[in-house]
Design a protein around this ligand. Structure first.
Ligand SMILES: C[S@@+](CC[C@H](N)C(=O)[O-])C[C@H]1O[C@@H](n2cnc3c(N)ncnc32)[C@H](O)[C@@H]1O
Length: 257
């Protein structure tokens, strides 16, 4: 049975009805939206910034590029890309950036943050589902998705959608938690994941359950090789993997041919 045919799916370590997963994920991000950015810094000791920088630096420059950041949340990737493009404006021109996320609360936090920095109209914000992207086929030059694909109910459907929206020759980049490739770190990583992160979630975001879901969903997510195969199965070509921090996270890149 494929992921798409099943009536049940994972929500962390729990099995839930397929129809229930998206509202449950929505509730997680509604609850943590206000503290989401600070929690990322605290949980990762700021390392998520390096991973995100690596993702944005992997985007192949192109004049007047249109980037779609799927599951873009509060806009971390979009803002980083904007800053990089501005630094190369002479060669790149001004990029078009569209951020799409299913959760309106996350989008509003991101927009507020951008306005607080005096930025208006630099990013187009769109509320939509990665499984049914509200964009025409072949309409963007590059797609990024950071820490988003793990939360989607049907990963294969979302991958096919992203392929559809990419123009031929377009680049796909996914940053996601992955599997440790340094076995010596496993015990430390497990203790940190299952004890420290939920406690930090309770302390800072006042939500232990949301951060328990986070660590469980990481363990349920396919390893580097399996996910690379899923990307290829969705019709994207030249799939490559870069491990970050010993496999704690990984960037998968691919191209639409
Ligand atoms: C962990 S956050 C990542 C946000 C941002 N990309 C970042 O790196 O900071 C995951 C995001 O995925 C979004 N999300 C979950 N399911 C989605 C779906 N089916 N379609 C679009 N976005 C989704 C959530 O609303 C949330 O904003």
């Amino acid at each position: 049975m494929t992921e798409t045919d099943s009536h049940e799916t994972d929500f962390g370590f729990r099995r839930v009805a397929v129809a229930d997963k998206a509202p449950m994920v929505a509730q997680v991000f509604d609850q943590v939206a206000d503290r989401y950015d600070v929690m990322n810094d605290v949980m990762s000791g700021g390392v998520h910034r390096l991973w995100k920088r690596a993702l944005v630096n992997s985007l192949r420059p192109r004049r007047d590029l249109h980037l779609l950041d799927v599951a873009g949340g509060t806009g971390d990737i979009a803002r980083r890309f904007l800053a990089r493009a501005r630094a190369h404006e002479e060669n790149w021109g001004l990029p078009r950036i569209t951020l799409c996320d299913i959760n309106a609360t996350m989008l509003m936090r991101g927009r507020d943050r951008l306005i607080d920095r005096g930025e208006f109209g630099t990013i187009a914000w769109s509320c939509g589902d990665a499984e049914q992207l509200p964009f025409p086929s072949g309409s963007v030059d590059a797609i990024t998705i950071a820490f988003g694909i793990r939360n989607v109910t049907h990963i294969n459907v979302a991958l096919s959608e992203m392929r559809r929206v990419l123009r031929p020759g377009g680049q796909f980049l996914c940053l996601e938690f992955s599997r440790l490739i340094l076995p010596g770190l496993k015990k430390l990583y497990d203790t940190y994941s299952f004890h420290v992160i939920p406690a930090l979630g309770q302390w800072i975001a006042k939500d232990r359950e949301a951060y328990t879901y986070l660590v469980e969903s990481i363990r349920r997510f396919p390893n580097q090789e399996t996910f690379a195969q899923m990307i290829a199965d969705a019709g994207l070509a030249r799939v490559k993997v870069i491990n970050l921090s010993g496999g704690v996270a990984a960037i998968h890149s691919a191209w639409r041919t």
